[in-house]
Design a protein around this ligand. Structure first.
Ligand code: CP
Ligand code: NVA
Length: 322
């Protein structure tokens, strides 16, 4: 059966293994390890990436990661293809499945990536929808694992909109038994079904999921604070929304409530001066550019896992992670 990645809990069973693999592969690749450099699980495969919205990190990290894995990357911008003009998502999916080894899709409505996956005979990876951003969460938790020695008692705080990035972050934290406390203003909470899924993982793994409308309460003694833009792509017409986020800026005063080892995270692009100040973004405790880099390593791991399972097993064995 073809396995897709539409939300991060689609890979719940092997999530930590996928992240450990990414960390180890990154380390070996940077040491110019011959086996890592020559690991080509996408050799002979073309991976197509459809974008309905702009992207810097996702596009570049997929293109470079696919090339490093020996595959060819095809970027398909919405304006250049028939999708949404004279062709449906379902027909596009069946056509692309005849050529490609995998499809990544950045779309507006989450139902579109679900529809693409429903009709695809190759793995589909959600490269951001209005509801989920699983590749971001994989890179984020990889970054947390790299920076924090012990996950026991680790507290991640979210301050901002209850959006696509929070949805997968909260699921991912709970999947690893990390406490997640989120401060979202009234009316901008995460979707109830995703909170429920998060709570189920947290219960299983002995961690907490706490909602508040008070950013100070969320960040107190937290080890990580994460924020994102208040107005996401596709919400440009909702400029007034920003008024609800007064007091939600991550700044020097707010991080003063955090644990001594505090780290700042952001999926980027950041709107400096809105949800975060320059002081926090440029501080030594800001790990936002590690997150950005890790998009590539985490996605390479996900592609090895989803697109070429044989290679995934062999590579785990090679690195002693089997
Ligand atoms: N974080 C993220 O997805 O960035 P891009 O929009 O640049 O891809
Ligand atoms: N929440 C943001 C994330 C961008 C990477 C958006 O959807 O626009």
């Amino acid at each position: 059966m073809v396995q897709h990645l539409l939300a991060i809990d689609d890979v719940a069973d092997d999530f930590e293994g996928i992240l450990r693999w990414a960390i180890e592969f990154k380390r070996l690749w940077k040491q110019l390890d011959e086996v890592a450099l020559n690991f080509m699980p996408l050799d002979t495969l073309a991976i197509g990436s459809i974008y309905e919205k702009p992207s810097t990190r996702t596009r570049v990290s997929f293109e470079v990661g696919i090339q490093r894995f020996g595959g060819s990357a095809l970027t398909l911008l919405k304006n250049d293809i028939q999708l949404g003009k004279s062709e449906s998502v379902a027909d596009t999916s069946q056509v692309l499945s005849r050529f490609l080894g995998g499809i990544t899709y950045r779309c507006f409505g989450h139902s579109d990536v679900e529809e693409l996956a429903k009709h695809a005979t190759v793995p589909v990876i959600n490269a951001l929808s209005d509801r989920h951003h699983p590749c971001q969460a994989a890179a984020d938790l990889m970054t947390v694992l790299e920076h924090k020695d012990d996950l026991e008692g680790l507290k991640v705080a979210w301050v901002g909109d209850g959006n696509n990035v929070l949805h997968d972050l909260m699921l991912a934290c709970a999947m690893l038994g990390i406490d997640i406390h989120y401060a979202c203003p009234e009316g901008y909470e995460p979707d109830a079904d995703i909170v429920e899924r998060t709570q189920a993982f947290a219960e299983k793994n002995g961690s907490s999921v706490v909602h508040t409308t008070d950013p100070v309460e969320a960040v107190t003694d937290a080890n990580v604070v994460y924020t994102d833009v208040f107005i996401s792509m596709g919400e440009e017409h909702m400029k007034d929304k920003i008024k609800s986020f007064e007091g939600y800026q991550v700044n020097e005063t707010l991080v003063g409530n955090m644990a001594e080892d505090w780290s700042f995270m952001h999926c980027l692009p950041a709107h400096r001066g809105d949800e975060v100040t320059d002081w926090v973004m440029d501080h030594g405790n800001s790990i936002v550019f590690d997150q950005a880099e890790n998009r590539m390593w985490a996605q390479m791991s996900l592609m090895a896992y989803l697109i070429n399972n044989g290679a995934w097993d062999a590579m785990n064995e090679f690195m002693g992670l089997a």
